[in-house]
Design a protein around this ligand. Structure first.
Ligand code: ADP
Ligand code: ZN
Length: 209
């Protein structure tokens, strides 16, 4: 099963993807996580994309497409994958179609005010990447990850100015993909307003699993 998770930042794509990986036994490919790992490791890619990402802008299509193309050539994804955060522009979708055929595109439907509430309260484990929330999903001990003991921090792009920017970028550059995939008959809409446990139920129902 080759899936795309499409939706605004903060829609819960990454959180649901982690669960879907277990359900379906296929790997998650998150371009955002790949970029953040590159930034943390100060690789040439990381140095190139850090300021772009911190400001809430998109990394250029050429760099992003090359990265995903290389990843999708690996053995572990030949039976399926969940693409989380890619494609984010029409040129990225057109490029993807030339090297992989997706089965379904899951569209996470959520209004802007919900997104802002989620992102401004999001806290992330530096070590394992788990997402907490100051209201909805607090760690047991403040600042410490429940799962790995890692340090919890606020992503630079979850600061208020960057959140606004990411929403504008999403509406202008990524939302056109909804129609693009709907026309191809691949789109599966899911309500992304509920909390994660309920979303998991909605997702399974939509997928027929
Ligand atoms: P979120 O879904 O919370 O916005 P991601 O972790 O998916 O966060 O992405 C973080 C940042 O990484 C994006 O704001 C963007 O700068 C960059 N990025 C991720 N995926 C792509 C992509 N497909 N094309 C361009 N930039 C990307
Ligand atoms: Zn952790």
């Amino acid at each position: 099963m080759k899936l795309i998770f499409l939706g605004p930042p903060g829609a819960g794509k990454g959180t649901l993807a982690v669960r879907a990986v277990e359900m379906l036994g296929i790997p998650q490919i998150s371009t955002g996580s790949i970029f953040r790992a590159a930034i943390a490791a100060k690789t040439p890619l990381g140095l190139k994309v850090k300021s772009i990402i911190d400001e809430g802008k998109l990394v250029d299509d050429e760099t992003t497409i090359a990265l995903v193309k290389e990843r999708l050539a690996m053995d572990d994804v030949q039976k399926g994958y969940i693409l989380d955060g890619f494609p984010r522009t029409i040129p990225q979708a057109e490029a993807l179609a030339t090297f992989s055929a997706v089965d379904k595109v899951v569209n996470f439907d959520i209004p802007d005010p919900n997104v802002i509430e989620r992102l401004s309260g999001r806290r992330v484990c530096k070590a394992c990447g788990y997402n907490f929330h100051v209201l909805f999903n607090k760690p047991k001990k403040e600042g410490v990850c429940d799962y790995c003991g890692g340090e919890i921090y606020i992503r630079d792009d979850d600061k208020p100015e960057a959140i606004q920017k990411r929403l504008v970028v999403y509406r202008e550059q990524t939302a056109p993909l909804i129609d693009y995939y709907r026309k191809k008959g691949l789109l599966l809409d899911i309500d992304a307003k509920p909390m994660i446990d309920e979303m998991e139920v909605i997702f399974k129902k939509a997928m027929g699993i």
